[in-house]
Design a protein around this ligand. Structure first.
Ligand code: C2E
Ligand code: MG
Ligand code: MG
Length: 341
């Protein structure tokens, strides 16, 4: 550790090269030997793992390898292999969450969310495997499967709810893919769905990479009639200029803002700001994560047009969702408050 600290110290600082001041720092990983049944390659791998820990912890530091780190790497590798098989083995399913017009309570759309029913670990939420699927490229197959199932479901529901729009989360990795436009439009045609029955939700943060390819594909899909929403709006780094370049219909206010509105924090001010940005850009707003009547009232007062959240309904399996829709239709025309149901 002492040697490593000396190395860090001697490396850090800035250098003048060609008139530019360049700063460098280092991250150091250290593995001990002998440790367990290590062979030479293990020592290097372990040092590498420890170095990534140092980087994650903010860089310019050193980190020792600990066997617990290997456990989390092994778990991740195992999950990755299992994810590969999960789709073929029918372990994935979809749940549906209604999106409502806040003024009248009409159901405008339904967001599709994927779940993984793992034979040993039970239900795994997307937060635990979407990033992994993106890193490994499995997101293409997963995304195809989700879209196919979502369109299939909507085609079944449209006769009863002709105005319903299905909102599917699309990974920016899928959006950048060559052939993405053809794939989506072929899926719509296969299920005889009008393109304006589909909305694609794209998370703000990751959209920024390779923007031009994303925009080109978005424009082509938009020309067909597909709608676009920016998901988790306010948590990424979109500049306003860049927002104007995207063919968008909606901003989805991230649930952290919705949940921060009551009380004296800055939450309400941020929500108001997002509503103004949306209005000036000619976009609709949908608030996610509405959990209470107070939140609903505040959002309505400030002119947020749409919303979704546990207050109306949790994401539900298809049969339960259809039950919810039938029950909701009975009272949506005059009341919106589920408490009065
Ligand atoms: P998201 O698209 O922002 O989805 C909203 C998340 O908030 C969902 O979590 C939903 O279950 C949860 N939620 C809804 N209402 C409430 C509420 O009132 N309170 C709270 N606390 N939470 C609420 P979930 O299903 O775990 O999904 C997490 C994220 O995973 C999604 O965030 C989306 O980015 C991603 N994801 C889900 N399904 C897919 C998919 O099929 N494809 C891709 N690419 N990403 C997906
Ligand atoms: Mg979403
Ligand atoms: Mg979101």
């Amino acid at each position: 550790a002492l040697t490593a600290r000396k190395l860090l110290k001697s490396l850090s600082g800035s250098y003048w090269i060609d008139g530019h001041e360049l700063s460098i720092s280092a991250s150091i990983g250290i593995a001990l030997h002998p440790l367990g049944s290590q062979v030479a390659a293990d020592v290097l791998k372990q040092a590498d793992t420890a170095m990534y820990r140092a980087k994650h912890a903010g860089r310019n530091d050193l980190h020792f390898f600990a066997p617990a780190m290997q456990v989390s790497i092994d778990q991740r590798l195992q999950l990755q292999n299992e994810l590969r098989q999960a789709m073929q083995r029918g372990q994935m399913h979809l749940v549906f969450q209604p999106q409502l017009e806040l003024a009248c309570g009409r159901v405008a759309g339904v967001e599709v969310l994927v779940r993984w029913q793992h034979p040993e670990h039970g239900e795994i939420m997307p937060g635990q495997f979407i990033a992994l699927a993106e890193e490994t490229g499995l997101i293409q197959d997963l995304g195809n499967w989700v879209l196919e199932q979502a369109c299939d479901a909507l085609a079944r529901w449209l006769p009863s709810w002709p105005q319903l729009v299905v909102a599917v989360n699309l990974s920016p990795r899928e959006l950048r893919q060559v052939g993405c436009v053809e794939r989506i439009s072929a899926c719509l045609q296969r299920h005889r769905l009008p393109a304006n029955a589909l909305e694609l939700e794209i998370t703000e943060g990751v959209l920024l990479e390779d923007v031009d390819q994303c925009i080109a594909n978005m424009q082509a899909l938009r020309a067909l009639g597909v709608h676009f929403a920016i998901d988790d709006f306010g948590t990424g780094y979109s500049s306003l200029t860049y927002l104007k370049r995207l063919p968008l219909d909606r901003l989805k206010i991230d649930r952290s803002f919705t949940q921060d509105m009551a009380g004296d924090s800055n939450g309400l001010m941020l929500v108001q700001t997002i509503l103004v940005i949306a209005r000036n850009l000619g976009l609709q707003c949908i608030a996610e994560g509405i959990e209470s009547h107070t939140q609903l009232e505040i959002l309505r007062q400030h002119g947020c047009s749409l919303g979704q959240g546990y207050y109306f309904s949790r994401p539900l399996a298809e049969a339960e969702f259809l039950e919810w829709m039938k029950a909701h239709r009975l009272w949506a025309s005059d009341v919106i408050d589920p408490v009065q149901l």
